[in-house]
Ligand binder design. Structure first.
Ligand SMILES: [Zn+2]
Length: 208
């Protein structure tokens, strides 16, 4: 059996380094978390939320899945959003995709990947909603990158239509949803400028 002793060694070094810089860091953090941000990003190992935001543990509440999707029936993601909004009272929800996303690429090709094909079906829906824009582009990489952006915009709309956000905004909670894309080539985040702090931006039908 292969061991992961090197991970325990890494962990010890990391904890010692932080404790040297701030002896009370872990004690303070263990007593409460009060992040201002919920990050919904891709599971891709190259897009770690805290690292690229230059934030310490405790500063960002994180949910990640393949191709950073917010599916209306995904209780995992919906529970994270509800807890972040209702209990932690985050001020910002960030959906972050990344250019060259393998999940987006897989949704665009004709291959079968097994169970995950069902998950990627939602990306194919985003393609269908934006078929005119997508079909104007022929370069495969550009098509993936455009769909990465369109997918983020769709997820911002999905979040804005969750009961959690609808109710939060109805009671006057100040919370803004943002759509970003991360560039693996230079480490820079791009704001897609689709921020929403009111459901009217992504209104689909009246609730309540
Ligand atoms: Zn990805």
């Amino acid at each position: 059996m292969k061991t992961i002793q090197h991970l325990f060694d890494n962990n010890k070094q990391w904890a010692e380094k932080i404790s040297q810089e701030d002896p009370n860091f872990f004690q303070n953090l263990s007593e409460q978390q009060s992040p201002k941000y919920l990050w919904i990003g891709c599971s891709d190992s190259r897009v770690p939320a805290n690292a690229l935001l230059n934030m310490d543990p405790g500063e960002v509440f994180v949910h990640r899945n393949i191709a950073n999707q917010v599916i209306h029936t995904d209780l995992n993601c919906l529970s994270v959003i509800q807890y972040a909004v209702d209990v932690l009272k985050v001020e910002h929800i960030i959906v972050c995709g990344h250019y060259g996303c393998g999940g987006i690429g897989a949704a665009l090709d004709d291959k079968s990947y097994g169970l995950i094909d069902n998950w990627l079906r939602h990306i194919e829906d985003v393609y269908r909603f934006n078929k005119d824009k997508m079909d104007k582009i022929t370069d495969p990489k550009e098509r993936i990158n455009l769909l990465c952006e369109l997918n983020v915009i769709e997820q911002v709309a999905n979040i804005s239509n969750t009961m959690t956000l609808v109710n939060a905004w109805k009671r006057g909670q100040d919370i803004t949803v943002h759509g970003l894309v991360y560039n693996l080539q230079d480490g820079i985040l791009k704001d897609l400028e689709v921020s929403s702090n009111d459901r009217k931006h992504y209104f689909t039908k009246s609730i309540g």
